[in-house]
Design a protein around this ligand. Structure first.
Ligand SMILES: [Zn+2]
Length: 85
């Protein structure tokens, strides 16, 4: 995925109809598929480490099927580039 790298600021979306949260890419797990580790920042304070998050409109953990990786390690939700105002 073009431009994806550690330190990029993205939006993390935990699920449908949920607001986006600011997040920083802490590791690019699979660049081609846009899978990353993120630290998400909540508006009221606090952070959450999200591991193996898929890009919005990208693949899902079900697509990968990755038998070598327990599905519990995937964080639900997706990330995307911040929308332009
Ligand atoms: Zn967003």
């Amino acid at each position: 995925m073009e431009g994806l790298g550690v330190g990029r600021i993205v939006h993390y979306n935990p699920g449908a109809d949920q607001p986006c949260h600011a997040a920083i890419v802490t590791k690019v797990v699979r660049k081609d598929e846009g899978m990353v580790n993120l630290t998400t920042f909540y508006p009221g304070g606090g952070t959450r480490d999200c591991h193996m998050v898929f890009a919005d409109a990208g693949m899902t953990s079900a697509d990968v099927g990755a038998p070598e990786t327990p599905l519990v390690l995937y964080t639900s939700g997706t990330w995307h580039w911040p929308e332009r105002e």
